[in-house]
Design a protein around this ligand. Structure first.
Ligand code: MRU
Length: 369
């Protein structure tokens, strides 16, 4: 049951508008880079791997926009994941202007959200393909499209591999707690943390999931509960503040979460509230697992303290669903992520295997492949 979270069809980036779930399942067709920037910034498309795909497709969309203005007798669309690239004449267009258009798109997309490593990783990959993918404009466009579509194809394979590697950690009868949404919606369609649970369920294991609501934007209540309901996996929703009492009552056997960025020493940034769960796991001697693809690792950042943490507008905290809950003038603190030290992580599940008790040496080995 793969969720088609994101796609590139007939010159448009298609996304499920996650801000409308669970009430409405609506596909948005983005036709400009400005629309794509808005969609990432307002979390219509969200979750580190999905943001990475959106970034790759944003590069393609910027080319689409540029070519629409510059190609005489332009076709209805230039790029499509099914048919690839519509042939066009690049007469009068220079390779330099194509590269400049891509470079400007890269800067704009990089400014949308700062924490998820996947966004920068995808931009680098597409930019690299454009730089080395031929001399004439048509060739560069083909290389750019091939790379973006390849990233998408690979991503799904990677998620399935994470599921296979991680399902061994899940036993029959367990109560597993998760935070935010690291499922199909946050990825190419299967998930990372939830992918581990889906793979275990598909193997016939039976367990129960506790879902943190995940204030302020309620990704747990709106998205994770929705995904688990679709798959008929038993789950219970709780307010974030109720997690400690659940541990104290002995009702949590393990925590599984996703990640937005993993530093070179294994420190891990994920949705704000994750650190509290890791501390609870340490206090109550329960395993804290992270599931993330290699594209979430940032080997250039030595430790979690250097991971840029997005700070979002206070209105997300002082309101719920657009409705003010705090008195006028109340100030709010709204970091979107927090950092869990590697010492609190029992294992990181990746597509290449499970890194138990992560540290710099193990992450260095992992980087070598
Ligand atoms: O702000 P969001 O909703 O993009 O945050 C998402 C998370 O924190 C996820 O847990 C993380 O990106 C992993 S998604 C597989």
């Amino acid at each position: 049951m793969i969720l088609p979270t994101i796609d590139y069809r007939k010159g448009r980036v298609e996304i499920i508008d996650q801000t409308l779930l669970p009430g409405r399942l609506r596909v948005l067709r983005l036709r400009s880079l400005a629309e794509l920037e808005e969609a990432i910034g307002s979390l219509r498309v969200r979750g580190a791997p999905a943001i990475g795909l959106a970034a790759a497709y944003g590069m393609l969309l910027s080319l689409e926009e540029h070519l629409r203005k510059r190609v005489k007798g332009a076709p209805r669309y230039f790029f499509d994941r099914g048919s690839f690239v519509t042939p066009f004449s690049d007469a009068g267009i220079s390779a330099g202007e194509i590269r400049r258009a891509l470079e400007s798109a890269r800067k704009r997309i990089a400014a949308t959200r700062p924490t998820a490593a996947n966004l920068f990783w995808a931009l680098d990959r597409v930019a690299h393909a454009a730089r080395h993918g031929g001399r004439d404009p048509f060739e560069i466009c083909c290389s750019t499209a091939a790379e973006a579509f390849w990233i998408h194809h690979e991503e799904l394979e990677i998620e399935l591999a994470i599921g296979r590697n991680g399902e061994r950690l899940i036993r029959d009868g367990m109560n597993v707690l998760t935070h935010c949404n690291a499922g199909g919606l946050a990825t190419a369609g299967f998930g990372t943390a939830l992918g581990v649970l889906y793979a275990a369920w598909e193997k016939g294991k039976r367990f129960h999931v506790y879902v943190d609501e995940t204030r302020p934007l309620l990704q747990g209540a709106r998205l994770t509960a929705w995904e688990l309901s679709r798959r008929r996996i038993p789950h219970t929703l709780l307010c974030d503040g109720a997690a400690a009492s659940l541990f104290a009552a002995g009702k949590v056997d393990a925590v599984v979460v996703g990640a937005d960025r993993v530093a070179a020493n294994g420190d891990t940034a994920n949705k704000v509230g994750t650190l509290g769960l890791a501390v609870l796991c340490a206090r109550y001697k329960r395993p804290f697992y992270v599931a993330a693809p290699a594209s979430t690792f940032d080997h250039s950042i030595p430790a979690g303290s250097s991971i840029p943490i997005e700070e979002r507008g206070g209105r997300e905290v002082t309101s719920i669903g657009g409705r003010r809950i705090a008195p006028e003038g109340t100030r709010a603190y709204n970091p979107a992520f927090d950092v869990t030290p590697a010492t609190l992580v029992r294992a990181i599940v990746t597509e290449r295997g499970v890194i138990k008790h992560p540290n710099s040496a193990k992450i260095r080995l992992f980087a070598k492949g």
